[in-house]
Design a binder for this molecule. Sequence first.
Ligand code: ZN
Ligand code: ZN
Length: 368
Amino acid sequence: MTPVEFRRALHRRPELSFQEHETQQFIIDALHSEGIPYRVIAGTGVLAVIEGKRGNHERAVVLRADIDALPIEELNDVEYCSEHKGIMHACGHDMHAAILFGVLQSLNRERNFEGTLFGIFQPGEELNPGGATLVLKEEPFKGYDVAAVIGEHVDARLEVGEIGICPGRFMASNDELRFRVSGRGGHAARRKEIDDTVTAMADMVVRTTSLNSPDAVVSVGRMIAEGATNVIPSEVTAEGTMRTFDSEVRERIYTHIHGNARMVAEKYGVKVDVDINRGYPCVTNNVLLSYEAMIVAADEGIIVRELQPMTTAEDFGYYTERYPSLFYRLGVGGKAGGSHTATFCPDEGAIEVGVRMMQRIALHILNK
Ligand SMILES: [Zn+2]
Ligand SMILES: [Zn+2]
């Protein structure tokens, strides 16, 4: 099976996050037919393991592809269109999985490298808590010296034959904020008998948004106080988002938010509840790996674009917290359209480029 055939088969049978049962079986069958050792991981994922012919097997490189699709009804007129109603590979994870398969297929033939090569077909990238957390909970690399975890994402801003790399801070952490202020509501004219929940929340929101900086975005987009001209409500709620490019900045902002809540509670005599729904951590690229990848790409005739940090999030961040990691973007051409839309259609010419890039950087690190 060629990587393009692999991709089309996955594209026809997309499955939602953490429900990738058919996908998992398909990957298992494909690896089995190539004689590539594997095991099941993270429920609906697959972990392939190839030992090199040479050297010590404790040193490892991990390649990661996500495999889940989205709840979108496909509108593309292609021969391999989705056969699952209302579900579509609209984020290109079928491309990522096909490229990983291509790399494993090729490297398994000769196994002419040192150390161990892992390939993770990871479920549930699109949905909290993220399949990466399930993978890492199983400690699959215990006892190994992981030299690099490498992942990629297709990108329509780049043409086929191009990759995009951003050394260091690359993608944002993403947390949801929810505040609730409660106190004695009542007649707005009898201020001595009420707690001013509305002003307390307004103060809380101002303190929160004052935490914005070049390293962090903190926004409140919803604030509900259902009183009236003469009624102070007993409860006011607010919701927002928080994005950072640095885990220390992220922790510092959490501390500030909780501190502000205590101060507001004391100042206005109200109760302030803070609920932070932690999303994915920042994707931070190892700088050395980033520059090595640039050199390897140039050697392969692949054009490298240096990218600016992105405010979107990726569960690949969990790997970057634990191991030296690299996450790059793979050009699939401007005609691909927007990801997460019903007409997203990446150029399959990118698969061959993706396989070459991932294979070369993996070999470069393993044989170092
Ligand atoms: Zn997506
Ligand atoms: Zn994606």
